[in-house]
Design a protein around this ligand. Sequence first.
Ligand SMILES: *[C@@H]1O[C@H](CO)[C@@H](O)[C@H](O)[C@H]1NC(C)=O
Ligand SMILES: *[C@@H]1O[C@H](CO)[C@@H](O)[C@H](O)[C@H]1NC(C)=O
Ligand SMILES: *[C@@H]1O[C@H](CO)[C@@H](O)[C@H](O)[C@H]1NC(C)=O
Ligand SMILES: *[C@@H]1O[C@H](CO)[C@@H](O)[C@H](O)[C@H]1NC(C)=O
Ligand SMILES: *[C@@H]1O[C@H](CO)[C@@H](O)[C@H](O)[C@H]1NC(C)=O
Length: 382
Amino acid sequence: MAQIVALLLLIDAAVAAARLLQFNSHGAFKILQVADMHFANGATTKCLDVLPEQYAGCSDLNTTSFVKRMIDAEKPDLIVFTGDNIYASDCSDPAESLDAAFAPAVEAKLPWAAVLGNHDQESSLKRSGVMDHIVQMNYTLAQVNPAGVATIDGFGNYNLEVLAPGQDSEQESLLNLYFVDSGDYSTDPSIPGYGWVMPSQQAWLRNLSSSLQGSANQSRPALVFFHIPLPEVNNFTSSQIVGVKQEMVASPTFNSGFFQTLVEMGDVKAAFTGHDHVNDFCGELQHIQLCYGGGFGYHAYGKAGWSRRARVIEASLSDGGGGVEKIMTWKRLDDEMLSTTDKQELWRRRYEDHTILVESIATEGVEFPRYDPSFSSSNQVW
Ligand SMILES: *[C@@H]1O[C@H](CO)[C@@H](O)[C@H](O)[C@H]1NC(C)=O
Ligand SMILES: *[C@@H]1O[C@H](CO)[C@@H](O)[C@H](O)[C@H]1NC(C)=O
Ligand SMILES: *[C@@H]1O[C@H](CO)[C@@H](O)[C@H](O)[C@H]1NC(C)=O
Ligand SMILES: *[C@@H]1O[C@H](CO)[C@@H](O)[C@H](O)[C@H]1NC(C)=O
Ligand SMILES: *[C@@H]1O[C@H](CO)[C@@H](O)[C@H](O)[C@H]1NC(C)=O
């Protein structure tokens, strides 16, 4: 009996792991991005930066409840957790914290992926241990590192393919998702601050992307997810962003050329990061949208009175074949109505003379651009 149960469990786990990501029969695929949960011990871990009257009865459980409400409201096809999933230095048992943090995705039986931030490893589990724990959880599609690549820096570099709708599991990917470990802190004593995406990771991505790109007439865009924003994000002015910039961009001080790699790969249309909790904007540079998820977790610093939030990304196929037609994004606030804000088109495929594929970025239709330079966060711990 015990053997049968064990076998059934193995099958269950194998089914979850082999689960295909596929556009639905309406040609849509929706991703929920959850950035910076900073989960610790649950009910005993208190909220930070809420209004004075909100502290009582506010804990990690509010973060859990927000994940569940987002799942109910958006019914995503995939959840991507973009790091600082746990705030490890406050966790009495990091493995238990990881289980609790991702529990809403597992309970909803939804495929989910995760990358590491700079706080996930600050306890007894180091980065490899955190990723090892994540990849054996149910319904996760996360992987520690790519098979067949001899050496790569970091933990949690992998890709997922989103196939065309239908029965045929042999179908090619129409949307590619890249997950990258952006590290934690610089290990070079001459360079202060955060870590960066290393040359080994960029080489792997370049090779992967060239093997996944389709014919010139079939657009096969890619999205990339990692934790720490690129140095280029510092350069946006208030008129170039949708969303708000309320704090300094805490990117690495060293530019490892990752943005240039993304440009040269050609398929990446948007990059989604976390790390800075009170920035929630997207800005476009060289035809790539650089987006923050917006701070999600209640045990993470934030801004009292400014709702915790999550980003939703939806790709849609064109009716007549030819792959992905457009990619939209919006955010939801953790208020009573789960208000939707900053809906925008990130990318749209366009044809010239009906034959030549032209890519373009929508610049019109921008809603609610706001900028609050008065908010200083120099004392914040990211
Ligand atoms: C936290 O959750 C409790 C229990 O559901 C709720 O009463 C409270 O309003 C929530 N706090 C915040 C800041 O959302
Ligand atoms: C996966 O789910 C099964 C029940 O469906 C459970 O018994 C098992 O412990 C879970 N595995 C992990 C690693 O949590
Ligand atoms: C490049 O990608 C191919 C698959 O297309 C793989 O077989 C090969 O190992 C990769 N090489 C490197 C250096 O990553
Ligand atoms: C930001 O803009 C400055 C001034 O134009 C430029 O020198 C710098 O290279 C830019 N930095 C990045 C990371 O793009
Ligand atoms: C490319 O796709 C367009 C729109 O579906 C189609 O009209 C055109 O014939 C295609 N061109 C080639 C070269 O296949």
